[in-house]
Design a protein. Structure first.
Length: 587
């Protein structure tokens, strides 16, 4: 459904704010005792009145830390953002926020996504901030900071971290995550020795930046651009590219203009922008994690979206980004081929081109001069890597509220399969079993890991790409059906069915499953069923006792009491929607 691209149809705000209308004026601009204190403390830090008086105060949410390699360059990049803000006549304030580091944080950064969202919202609410630049990229930092900023509804620009450089080993190009799993399987099969594994370890991640495959990081920054929340083309610039600091400074300049224009996320985020994100997600064969994050982001903006939307839009566009783990190339190649703007250009016949962006122009204007420079990396619509989209949502008596799969990343013969269940109640049990050379398993089995969902994990860890049993690896098996209420890394691949809802830990049907039960997966018909009647499932669940998850205190306790299920975005029940939280009083 092509949209009208006429420029006059793009909504514009014409009235400019006056300095007295700035939110920060309440802190700095009035003549009272409290404002005296705010001004004097700014002077204490070495600033002059002309630095901050009557200017937009821009909060920079910086998710840098010493243990986040994806954001290692943020310590420097924040200075590029500040430079742009100063150039445009604004006053930058760096606000460090929790850094969710995918490679290191246990049990899962997903456990803390909502914590970062809360922190972002409250930093922007409680300080004299008129607009914000959000610095993120490592998987959960993108949805988290965007969710918080949407709820606060101040003007903001999202600045993506950018993917790292390509990896390499022995003359072979490596992709982070995807090739980790691939070569680990070969090592477990005895085809790679310890020294070769060590060389792969040293070559797979060669610079700062996020994973250079189309994993969750690049999926979510691409989706954020499709929503209109980044500058055009920002999401595909590699972190080490000289264009990246230039983009960062441009974010700083643009946010100052947005504050004067009062261009807020509520002006940008509509059903049209969300549909653009759905089209882009499927054209990219993006990470399955996007189902959780985009639902949560859209709900913060009061835009209705469901799992079924992902499946519906998967039928409308093919997969045209030939990127690992579903394709052949990496993000650096994608950037050279024209990047996200080129992919959007390929899709302009279906996109809502009149959707507004933070650049102050429509999506159509943002991609008007975009070009594709490599037709293998970004395929034409009539020559895709997969004719159907990158997403399938399955329903059945094992997943009444749905579960997700990435069909292009699976071996085709597994898309319609019936086999016996091999059930594991926790990760440790599964990990021990797959190493057992005498495990009773065949390639026809369907492995099931339960109690790994939002509450069961807790935090829904990336355990869903269950390792192929060592016994089968030695037989040459490299893919088999796997089912879980967990997630998997966006860099993962294989016939993995994830996010089963409701999860086992709250008495979902997965809790009734027993080893040997026959499961049928039919991706073409979007079904996942166990050969049990509803009465049999209900009878088994009567005796089900979930693992204890009664945390006595702290964030875990709050998390398990308020977390939603995967099909509705795993947000906290008290954070969904646009809210109406009052501004802090000045006293």
């Amino acid at each position: 459904m092509a949209q009208d691209t006429a420029r006059e149809d793009t909504p514009r705000k014409t009235a400019k704010k006056s300095p007295e209308e700035l939110r920060s004026h309440r802190w700095y601009g009035v003549d009272d005792l409290r404002a005296f204190g705010h001004r004097s403390r700014a002077l204490q830090m070495g600033y002059d009145h002309q630095d901050f008086m009557g200017k937009p105060i821009i909060g920079i949410i910086n998710t840098w830390s010493d243990i986040n390699p994806c954001h290692a360059h943020f310590r420097v990049r924040v200075e590029d953002v500040k430079r742009g803000i100063w150039q445009a006549g604004g006053f930058p304030i760096e606000l460090p926020a929790i850094s969710l580091s995918e490679p290191f944080q246990k049990p899962s950064t997903m456990l803390y996504r909502n914590l970062l969202a809360m922190e972002t919202e409250e930093l922007l609410r409680s300080y004299p901030i008129d607009g914000a630049v959000l610095m993120g990229g490592c998987d959960k930092t993108t949805p988290a900071t965007v969710m918080g900023a949407i709820s606060m509804n101040l003007p903001f620009v999202f600045m993506p971290a950018g993917p790292m450089m390509r990896g390499h080993y022995a003359g072979t190009i490596l992709g982070s995550g995807s090739d980790t799993w691939k070569y680990w399987a070969e090592r477990e099969a005895g085809n790679i020795d310890a020294q070769e594994w060590k060389e792969i370890e040293a070559g797979i991640a060669r610079s700062h930046g996020t994973c250079m495959t189309m994993g969750t990081a690049s999926t979510m920054t691409s989706i954020t651009e499709a929503l209109g929340l980044t500058l055009p083309g920002a999401s595909s610039i590699p972190a080490a590219d000289a264009a990246h600091p230039r983009m960062a400074s441009s974010c700083g300049r643009r946010i100052v203009e947005m504050v004067w224009d009062d261009l807020k996320p509520s002006d940008i985020l509509t059903r049209k922008s969300v549909e653009n994100a759905l089209y882009v997600h499927n054209a990219l064969a993006g990470s399955t994690n996007a189902m959780i994050h985009l639902v949560a982001m859209a709900r913060r903006a009061d835009v209705p979206i469901s799992l079924q939307d992902f499946d519906d839009y998967a039928q409308k566009v093919p997969v045209i980004a030939n990127l690992r783990p579903s394709g052949a190339w990496l993000m650096e190649d994608f950037h050279i081929a024209g990047g996200i703007r080129a992919l959007l250009k390929r899709l302009e016949g279906v996109l809502h081109l009149d959707a507004l962006t933070v650049a102050g122009i429509s999506m159509g204007e943002a991609i008007a001069d975009a070009r594709v420079y490599d037709d293998d990396v970004i395929r034409p619509l009539d020559n895709p890597i997969s004719s159907s989209g990158g997403t399938a949502i399955l329903y059945g008596n094992l997943a009444p509220k749905g579960c997700v799969m990435k069909p292009p990343a699976a071996e085709p013969h597994l898309l319609q399969h019936t086999g016996p269940a091999l059930v594991f109640d926790n990760y440790a049990q599964m990990k021990k079993a797959v190493a057992d050379p005498d495990l009773d398993v065949t390639a026809d089995h369907i492995m099931v890991l339960r109690h790994a969902g939002p509450i069961g994990g807790p935090g829904m860890p990336e355990w869903g790409m269950l390792p192929i049993p060592k016994k089968l690896l030695k037989q040459g098996v490299r893919d088999m059906l796997r089912i879980s209420d967990a997630r998997m890394s966006g860099t993962s691949y294989g016939a993995c069915i994830l996010h089963v809802a409701p999860e086992a830990a709250i008495g979902g049907p997965l809790a009734a499953l027993r080893t040997g039960d026959m499961i049928t997966v039919d991706v073409h018909n979007r079904r996942i069923d166990v050969a049990l009647s509803d009465a049999e499932i209900a009878d088994r669940l009567k005796g089900y006792v979930p693992p204890p998850r009664d945390y006595p205190r702290g964030y875990y306790k709050m998390y398990t009491q308020h977390i939603a299920q995967a099909d509705t975005g795993c947000d906290f029940d008290f954070l969904e929607g646009s809210g109406g939280i009052p501004e802090p009083e000045i006293n």
